[in-house]
Write a protein that binds this ligand. Sequence first.
Ligand SMILES: [Zn+2]
Length: 484
Amino acid sequence: MNREERFVKQITPKSEDFSKWYVEIIRKAELADYAPIKGMMVIRPYGYAIWENIQHLLDKRIKETGHSNAYFPLFIPESLLEKETEHLEGFAPEVAWVTQGGKEKLEERLAVRPTSEAIIGNMYAKWIKSWRDLPVLINQWANIVRWEKVTRPFLRTTEFLWQEGHTAHETLEEAEKETLLILSLYKEFVETELAIPVVSGSKTEKERFAGASETYAIEALMSDGKALQMGTSHNLGQQFSKVFNIRFEDRSQNLQYVWQTSWGVSTRLVGALIMSHGDDSGLQLPPRVAPVQIVIVPISIGNWKENVLPQAREIEAQLKREGLRVKMDDREEFTPGWKFSEWEMRGVPLRIEIGPRDIKENQAVAVRRDTREKESIGLEALAQRVPEILKNIQTSMLEAGLKFQLENTHEVTSYENFKSILKSERGFIKAYWCGNQSCEEKIKEETMATVRVVPLEQDKQKTREKCVCCGKDSEVRVYFARAY
Ligand SMILES: [Zn+2]
């Protein structure tokens, strides 16, 4: 066995043990490492660069829709957090508390933010006086702490990074419009930039955010057939404004409580990239978020440093001029084969090989990470052809995801069928549900599947449909799945 084979073989095949494969990819691609604190991770530079690309692309959309960024404190006084009881009850088991500052015991405990509704609500009560102050459209990029019992890098860690939007509006309609705007913004962002297709819709009452009157979510199917919640958008109604006394004088000079929303996505999206696109050779990154979009590997034969390297450097400079993220791998201690497998592990979308023979023919060879297709390209055409190939990779990764989602979405009418699918193949199950929590709970208990989303657009059926669990009349078809 040669060295490059060994590099790849150190990974457990995905089909053999998905969770083991997942953590091994994170380690081998140097995305993150375990911290010396239980449940916490260190995001390494390569993993953080993916997050920065996600941030950049999403932040642009958040600002284009009229929002501004701000920053609120990490600590939330207990008295503020406990104002909204439902909210506190929802988060209480996961809150980390600060009880001492220096040598002094604090008079009031401080929560390390599990989310920022309470502290932001407190400030909005000061800032909002009149309808002229509305809407308030603020987003925060921050870290969050939730004391989780079972953790997994990027998917569930005690501390994670996210953005949280918090808006206040004059009317319920405006708040609902904002909630749905963000839901569609998230969907477009994840599908366009991460090449991961999602389903979207509302959450059931049982799965709703603590304190929200309506929660919407986008969910994607990971390649093991389990669903992952990728982002949520909440219509908070007046629940928080009543508790935090956020009032404004309306257009007819009456005092009213504002209508609020909150919404977020987190570093969990990095986990989604791994689980959606990765394979037995490692990570596979969509070009739009890949820290390195193209790696150039000069073939080290003979006096390659004189014959090949200058041309390889010229290609590097040319592609950089096109605004592409390019890496030149001219390390001498590794063979080209070793380098190929290492960059495949790191999920670089496109590799360019150039050797003495290519120089003679005035060309280079481009190899796609997703399909492994090879293409010889004349040197003069590279700067034009490479961006096209990257665009094709981005599109075909989304197409592959859509195909996978379609093949793994089962329309089911019998509960027996429902159970057997979850046992054998998983995936999304589209089935009618009567809307009763008793059926939702029974299904969860017996199959471990939950209602992931209730799609906003229901296909209007003329015929009467039956709940997959109890058989009662049902008009609503929902997505069930086992989820992370
Ligand atoms: Zn039912």
